[in-house]
Design a protein around this ligand. Sequence first.
Ligand SMILES: [Zn+2]
Length: 307
Amino acid sequence: MELEFLGTGAGVPAKHRNVSGLALKLLDERNAIWLFDCGEGTQMQILRTTIRPRKIEKIFISHLHGDHIFGLPGLLSSRSFQGGEEPVEIYGPVGLEDYVRTSLQVTKTRLAYSLKFIELSEGVIFKDKQFIVECMLLDHGIASYGFRVSEADHEGMLQVDKLATLDIPAGPIYGKIKQGQKVTLSDGRVIDGKDFVGSSKKGRIVTIFGDTRFMEKSSQFAKDSDVIVHESTFNKDEAKLARAYFHSTTQQAALIAKKAQAKKLMLTHISARYLAKEAKELEEEAKEIFPNTQIAKDFDSIDIPFS
Ligand SMILES: [Zn+2]
């Protein structure tokens, strides 16, 4: 499980920061990429990574501002040219389906695969054996959402080699052993399943916020996240501006991470006003509140390990 930042800028593309785009790479978990927002130029950014567009299984769009969606029709079209045949699920606010279908229609673009649109609302929007994705409505003037992606816990693996060395033959008995039961073998030996199952691992949690003003309840939504990705359009002294423009400051984002007891905070949606040196200062001021904060740069890639 890895996060790769494709665009970390706010509003308009800058030389050193493209507009919003973020890939959650689930290659080991499901051989798939989930994309969060798709600003203009996202497909060009993807060309500079190892991401293959045909592996994009789901696309989550936080809100309909142009810097988060102008890259979507182009990406979908290129994915078709590049041999993508698997369907794509697109999760977004009301209006996204119109925007995408109209763009494809007026440009006479035919995709070699099908699109399924899922309109966002608060609560669970996707669930399977591996992952749950939940949504929270944010405060951004237009409907904007945050996504909490929770992985199911990994059960401990049955230690088959160890069973084999004790000459315990494979069969339905393995199922009982895996459940940690005490089992009597046909030769009278009694073994404890617990001795033959590796330790289980807690599933990881990643919470990705769309553009928003500071919201008190965001920390609850992001509770215990391994990584929180939050916008940070303004510096700590610009809380009034942030409020006026429906955005957040560095320290507001840091406060959410602190209250959520998250492990790591990645700040994104950085204004082009801040060059490398100033961006470092943004990072420092966030760290005053939440030490494990990093200002994301385009193409930063972070691994999300099991704890
Ligand atoms: Zn926005």
